[in-house]
Design a protein around this ligand. Sequence first.
Ligand SMILES: NC(=O)c1ccc[n+]([C@@H]2O[C@H](COP(=O)([O-])OP(=O)(O)OC[C@H]3O[C@@H](n4cnc5c(N)ncnc54)[C@H](OP(=O)(O)O)[C@@H]3O)[C@@H](O)[C@H]2O)c1
Length: 253
Amino acid sequence: MAELSYRTALVTGASSGLGRGLALWFARRGVKVYAAARRRENLEALANEARAASAHVEPVELDVANSDNTLARIRDIDASCGGLDLVIANAGFGQEMSGKRLKWEAVKQIIDVNVTGAAATLTAVLPQMVERKRGHVVGVASLAAFRGLPRNAAYSASKAFLSTFMESLRVDLRGTGVHVTCLYPGFVKSEMTAQNKFNMPFLLETEEAVELMAKAIVQGKTWYAFPWQMAGLLGVVKRMPNALFDAAMRKAR
Ligand SMILES: NC(=O)c1ccc[n+]([C@@H]2O[C@H](COP(=O)([O-])OP(=O)(O)OC[C@H]3O[C@@H](n4cnc5c(N)ncnc54)[C@H](OP(=O)(O)O)[C@@H]3O)[C@@H](O)[C@H]2O)c1
């Protein structure tokens, strides 16, 4: 498979973890990267690290939960840079929460960032990419999208939304010159997983995961689930009948 090449990219959730790593990975390869997140100081530190490596990262202070602002800012960047070649909707977070004690504020926050924020990020550039007949949109979903995992109703469902959203786009955009990739990470070390108190099987280092994700992107893979051990396991879990799935989840917790 021929590798794709980019001049410009925008990565959301670039102030830490996978997004930060992806922003640096592409910047170090000559791509001008717009790095978006809320924490300005983290983005400045990232831009400085890139500059030290003669790479170009442009900090973009952005809260993707504000969808109107997200649409407007990303459209502006797309117009001013001569067209974004790659947009990675990576911003996201999860919060364990039992279905017995659901809190609307927490559910809404997850939907605002993982669902509305990701959809706004991608929708901001897609019409222009289709017009230009080039571009690549990437959604960072999760293996948690494969089933409704316990204590993760909002998170699992938010990632299932992104997964299905990317799948429809993939079908619609075939032949337009615009590529679509959906990524499904398993457990990876990051600020998000640092709060987990349970055992995380096949936990990857951030850099390892970034390398796998970036390669899947440049190879133009339509979807990529990793690490293979967890992807295989969740592939089986996905096909389990409900009774078996429910029993397995009760046991796992
Ligand atoms: N780590 C894993 O095991 C794992 C597994 C599967 C999927 N994922 C997915 O991978 C993505 C990256 O997560 P990570 O593991 O790298 O976690 P992380 O280190 O906590 O990074 C999350 C990023 O999202 C940004 N973000 C959160 N809320 C935002 C908002 N309202 N507006 C803009 N940016 C926002 C954060 O930046 P600010 O706080 O500065 O805004 C941060 O840069 C997420 O979508 C996550 O669901 C992670």
